[in-house]
Ligand binder design. Sequence first.
Ligand SMILES: [Zn+2]
Length: 186
Amino acid sequence: MTQSLPQHYREILVGLGEDPEREGLLDTPKRAAKAMQYLCHGYAQTLDDIVNGALFASASDEMVIVKDIELYSLCEHHLLPFIGKAHVAYIPTGKVLGLSKIARIVDMFARRLQIQENLTRQIADAIQDVTKAAGVAVVIEAQHMCMMMRGVEKQNSTMNTSVMLGAFRESTTTRMEFLQLIGRSK
Ligand SMILES: [Zn+2]
């Protein structure tokens, strides 16, 4: 952790009109800094580290789908959480990715300051890069604390974003199959 992060949190407390010397807040700057560092640990990770060779030869060209991946991120506009699920699919062309790796790729990008649209795109591009798939689809549905706790205070609105690459973009049938499998088709 950079030395100054707890110091900055202390100044935030002062800025809010709090007394950073009162008992309940004594360790808060240190704790908050540590928590924030954890929530942003995706900056310290790279795609190579995460994939770490877990690409396996496969003759399958059937859609691989991982749905309901828990997602915790922070919006870059307010530093407030957005929380939801990611659904990821790809169509392999000779190589498949170890199953847990997809969730870890989602996590690496989610654990940075984000907007949901960019997060969705970064996950799709990374999976495309790594697998050279014939197509990649990513759907994220998330609730944003910056909408729920402040601003318009809309408690029940979920934001949906999707990125479709290759076959998922070109073929309505493939896209519909994916949306059906994640329970999002109408
Ligand atoms: Zn926000």
